[in-house]
Design a protein around this ligand. Structure first.
Ligand code: PFF
Length: 539
């Protein structure tokens, strides 16, 4: 007799561990180097207004949607969407493939940060941090399609991948849960320490002035609003499948909405704190070099890997400050990176009916090989910039736009999902949630997607060669969409188990779930039948 094999869904041991893991996912490189510069170049203090509006009208509503889909349908993005409505499965695959694409370059930035934590000890960049970053360290040459491998970057990158794959393979609670329980408090304590230290540097107040002085006129600029929404999506990890997957590992009776608010506001608090710390430090740098703060700041990689080394060299005990700063980047990055690998690993495990460990090893190894052959190369910096821009500004917004329209207006599942969220919640959501998801978010996303595509088609991107943009920009986006559709046609390994689904709307299911789960542990397998504890459970 063949017994249908059900992939066992491991649960986080408590809501606190889930919240720590979700904050760990949200707080990442996006908070520490991206937010300060985006905020600064998009209206300074006034940026807080579009940023908060974006958080409340899109960030939190989409976070609730991710939680509801993952928790109700108890699956990775493709499985959750398939259970929502059979033909929506490709949205899930796009999310999973976007995670893979992001993981390939995100890991590389963590590898840079790890190297810089080491370089800080000897101030290895000397007098010219810019020349060191692009030249000595990354060995960037011309912007060609493929460049030669740079071993000094490739070696730490291999290590980052080994750690990432190992943690995800160990499992949700013992791997991801434990990592976050340990690293997140450390990260927060270290970061608060660094921010306080920066506030006492000479010139810090001028930096804060530059950061907080509102440029009200910027509020009339649509680009500022686009930047605010873009920052919220990336920073909160919403609509990528990461939060959806984490929520699928939550016990059945969990207060989802309260958890969402804790995660959303903690992420933003960390982000504003990062802005304060980084600009206090830039104020110091500006004062030392006698230039206005606006000239001391550059965006993206430049901010963390050029401006910071320069100021580390100039401050007392800079070596220690520098090492700790780059270590916080590594910690923040790794707790996000595991959340980026978990959705693809889970999706492959569910689709092909293989164990989580085998799925993590295979999908992780493929991603690692791609990552190591493309990014630690003499042309890697440009490629990274292109993939990042196309994934975030073209594919994420378009996929999310079509997805929310389908969920709200075509399959019309928001009332059912709202009921699920309200099942266990300290407050009721409903009207505003549907309006945000069904009207505000699509309008903003529609506008953002159109603007990005038109601008990229018309102006290209940062004077980079067309072939590079065609391959790593449009090519990656197109490839992901085609692959997502193809994956939908690959049969699920365990059709019966899928068909069983989970119907928490059914009062008998709910009662049964409450009876079997008890207040403490999730003891049911995915097929909705009581799960007999086995050795696998204790893993
Ligand atoms: N939120 C992370 C950051 O701010 O760095 C990045 C991220 C994590 C994006 C997980 C997407 C994701 F699925």
């Amino acid at each position: 007799m063949t017994v249908a094999r059900t992939v066992h869904r491991e649960a986080f041991s408590s809501r606190t561990v889930f919240i720590l893991a979700a904050i760990g996912s949200a707080v990442g490189l996006g908070n520490i180097w991206r937010y300060p510069y985006v905020a600064y170049s998009s209206g300074g203090g006034a940026f807080l207004i579009p940023y908060l509006v974006a958080l409340l009208t899109a960030g939190i509503p989409l976070l609730f949607l991710d939680y509801a889909l993952g928790h109700k349908f108890r699956g990775s993005p493709p499985l959750a969407f398939r259970r929502l409505s059979r033909w929506t499965e490709p949205f899930g695959w796009v999310q999973v493939l976007m995670c893979l694409a992001i993981a390939t370059f995100y890991a590389c930035v963590i590898a840079w940060a790890a190297s810089y934590a080491w370089f800080s000890l000897t101030l290895a960049w000397g007098d010219d941090a810019e020349a060191f970053f692009a030249g000595t360290f990354l060995q960037q040459g011309e912007a060609t399609m493929f460049g030669g491998l740079v071993p000094t970057v490739a070696i730490p990158l291999v290590l980052v991948w080994v750690v990432n794959i190992a943690i995800v393979a160990i499992g949700v609670e013992r791997g991801i849960g434990r990592l976050n329980r340990f690293l997140l408090p450390l990260l927060i304590a270290l970061f608060i320490g660094l921010v306080i230290r920066s506030l006492f540097l000479p010139g810090a107040m001028a930096g804060l002035d530059a950061f907080f002085t509102p440029n009200w006129a910027a509020l009339g600029d649509p680009q500022v609003w686009i930047a605010a929404y873009g920052q919220i999506f990336f920073s909160l990890s919403v609509a990528f499948g990461a939060m959806l997957t984490y929520a699928s590992h939550l016990k059945r009776r969990t207060n989802l909405t309260a958890s969402g608010l804790v995660v959303g506001f903690s992420n933003s608090a960390f982000e504003v704190l990062a802005g304060i710390g980084v600009f206090a430090a830039l104020g110091f740098l500006a004062a030392q070099s006698g230039v206005p703060v606006s000239e001391a700041a550059a965006g993206g990689p430049g901010l963390a890997f050029v401006a910071f080394p320069t100021l580390i060299s100039q401050m007392p005990f800079g070596q220690i400050f520098g090492s700790l700063f780059f270590l916080t980047l590594v910690f923040a990055g790794i707790t996000s990176l595991v959340s980026i690998l978990q959705p693809p690993a889970m999706a492959i495990s569910e689709k092909f009916g293989i164990s989580h460990r085998a799925a993590t090893l295979s999908v992780g190894t493929v991603a690692a090989i791609v990552s190591i052959s493309i990014f630690p190369t003499t042309t890697g910096l440009n490629t990274l910039d292109v993939v990042d821009n196309w994934i975030n500004n073209v594919l994420l917004v378009s996929n999310t736009l079509v997805m929310v329209v389908v969920v709200v207006w075509v399959v019309r599942k928001t009332p059912m999902l709202a009921r699920h969220l309200n099942g266990v919640g300290s407050f009721k959501i409903g009207g505003w949630w549907t309006v945000c998801l069904g009207i505000v978010t699509p309008l903003i996303l529609g506008w953002t997607a159109t603007q990005s595509v038109i601008t990229l088609l018309r102006d290209g991107y940062e004077d980079l060669p067309g072939a590079l943009l065609a391959t790593f920009g449009w090519g990656v986006v197109g490839g992901i969409v085609v692959l997502a559709v193809l994956m939908t046609f690959v049969p699920w390994r365990n059709e019966d188990h899928l068909a069983a689904g989970v119907d928490l709307d059914d009062p008998r299911e709910e009662a049964e779930a409450a009876r079997v789960d008890g207040p403490r542990r999730d003891s049911r397998s995915d097929d909705g039948r009581p799960h007999t504890p086995s050795k696998e459970d204790s893993e």
